[in-house]
Write a protein that binds this ligand. Structure first.
Ligand SMILES: NC(=O)c1ccc[n+]([C@@H]2O[C@H](COP(=O)([O-])OP(=O)(O)OC[C@H]3O[C@@H](n4cnc5c(N)ncnc54)[C@H](OP(=O)(O)O)[C@@H]3O)[C@@H](O)[C@H]2O)c1
Length: 317
């Protein structure tokens, strides 16, 4: 099989297409012929060993000290079952999340059956590969951590990337009043997805008070977010430095009932089912900013790391 392989941490040009032996399904794992896979900001971070401040050593401990232990990255994919599984026939359309095992940037992979779901009718392979990264993150932070509900004033800082596009849609479905922060050229996208108010971060900090601030861009740490949070409000630090992570663990409750949530999101099978349910209720559709053939995955990595992509970037096999 062809796979995008990373033998050393570095820029997008370290990703090479190699021919590797296809993985053989073992007991308890199912085989997938991959059709499409997302190239996320997370993949770009792992490839470059580029974590938010204070977390680079942790990234290398988790993924490999000198080079990635798993040389094929990619967590979110769509494809076909190579044999019958989960009461589904051979060749059934499935999509899923490999988690820390990664290996989705390849023409074939093996995976635990609980990490895949059937693709619903009407969702194409490219769209299916783009549903989970943003959907899982946004649903967990907004619904589980913030309990977002009708009328809640929500500021989404970094609103038009992969996580932001999902966050606007889920928050709108939950009835929140959304202020989206991104450059003016992306305001049309944010408005189309459901944002009520728009702000360009190049014009300075937004002005107002919000019940929930979702900091996806990582530019609104507590010391800046505090002044923008209403009493009892909550900061969701989606992109968090080590200091923010420790602060959130040690001191989640702050002055006037303001709070900081935990910093990581759930990605298990229940969380995947909820994202699928949101999609089937019309609350969440994938937004594809760009697609590339697998052999051009270097371009996908460059786009994924620049911090300004619209929606998701997907490679098709
Ligand atoms: N904690 C978790 O469990 C978790 C899970 C998933 C992702 N993440 C993190 O979430 C982050 C975002 O992921 P993503 O894929 O959505 O990113 P992305 O696609 O690169 O999107 C970045 C967004 O931020 C905006 N932006 C750029 N610079 C900004 C600034 N200075 N101020 C405000 N907004 C700015 C961009 O708008 P313009 O394009 O208009 O500039 C765009 O809307 C990554 O750091 C990732 O590691 C965390």
């Amino acid at each position: 099989m062809r796979a995008a392989v990373i033998r050393a941490y570095g820029g997008p040009d370290v990703v090479r297409i190699e021919t590797l032996p296809a993985p053989v399904p073992r007991k308890g794992l199912v085989g997938i012929t991959v059709k499409a896979a997302a190239v996320t900001r997370g993949d770009a971070r792992i490839r470059a060993a580029d974590a938010p401040p204070g977390l680079s050593a942790g990234l290398r401990l988790a993924f490999g000290l000198r080079r990635p232990r798993q040389p094929v990255l990619g967590m979110f994919f769509s494809g076909r079952l190579t044999e019958a599984a989960l009461s589904l026939p051979q060749d059934a359309r499935v999509f899923g999340n490999t988690g820390m095992a990664m290996a989705a940037h390849a023409e074939a992979l093996i995976i635990k059956p609980e990490r895949i779901l059937p693709i619903p009718d009407g969702l194409g392979d490219t769209e299916a590969a783009a549903l989970f990264f943003g959907g899982l993150t946004a649903a967990d932070f907004l619904i589980d951590k913030a309990g977002i509900g009708p009328g809640a004033r929500l500021l989404i800082n970094g609103a038009t990337g992969e996580v932001g596009c999902a966050a606007i849609q889920i928050a709108r479905f939950c009835g929140a009043k959304i202020t989206a922060v991104c450059r003016a050229q992306n305001h049309d996208l944010a408005r189309d997805l459901g944002a009520h108010h728009l702000h360009d971060y190049r014009d300075g900090a937004p002005k107002g008070q919000w019940d929930v601030i979702m900091d996806i861009a990582g530019t609104l740490p507590w010391r800046q977010a505090e002044a923008l949070l209403a009493p009892g409000g909550m900061l969701l630090p989606v992109t968090a430095s080590l200091g923010t992570m420790i602060g959130a663990m040690l001191r989640p409750k702050r002055r006037d009932g303001r709070r900081v949530s935990g910093t990581s999101s759930a990605d298990g099978s229940d969380a995947m089912r909820r994202v699928l349910d949101l999609h089937s209720r019309g609350a969440l559709r994938p937004v594809i900013g760009a697609t590339f053939a697998l052999e051009h995955i270097e371009k996908a990595h460059a786009l994924a790391e620049n911090g300004h992509k619209r929606g998701s970037v997907v490679v098709v096999m």
